[in-house]
Design a binder for this molecule. Sequence first.
Ligand code: IMP
Ligand code: MG
Length: 176
Amino acid sequence: MSGTERILLDEAAISAAVKRVGAQISADYAARAKPPVIIGVLKGSFVFLADLIRTLTVPCEIDFLTAKSYGQNSHSSGVVQIVKDIDADITGRDVIITEDILESANTLRSVCEILRSRSPASLKVCVFLDKNVKREAPFEADYKCFDIGDEFVVGYGLDYAEKYRYLPYLAAIAAE
Ligand code: IMP
Ligand code: MG
């Protein structure tokens, strides 16, 4: 794809929003007996997760999973499988799932269902971006940095065909 790039969110805007969400999480999880387990959905969440945990003023544990959605490339289907699972036993633990972007919510709905079956004490969802216009059924994130419109975005961990994840800002790309 030859694309044009337009910066939507620069590093300063991203940093401020991540700090805001980090402060909310820090307040909500203060004084818990055990630290929350923050689970990053790979690969897209790794930059967000790395920045977010460094804004927290409460301890946390980190784990990762990879979910594969069987559907067309640009659109996830309702059939989601965990192809790389977390190492942690989350039974009785407070869990926060972090994801780069919530679109149809098919991915996170399925991941939540799978993790809920393991009886965590609580399960919350934290997303960097919410592309609400594409939702197929209601699904709300507990924490989010930004709402965005219906455009394809890259950078800050998000990719197009594995490209652009390294960009420190968020950009929209459009086919030329
Ligand atoms: P959902 O299951 O439809 O909510 O899809 C969420 C997943 O689709 C994300 O984890 C991303 O991998 C991908 N995705 C959705 N929109 C975008 C985008 O604008 N840029 C990059 N990836 C996206
Ligand atoms: Mg992803």
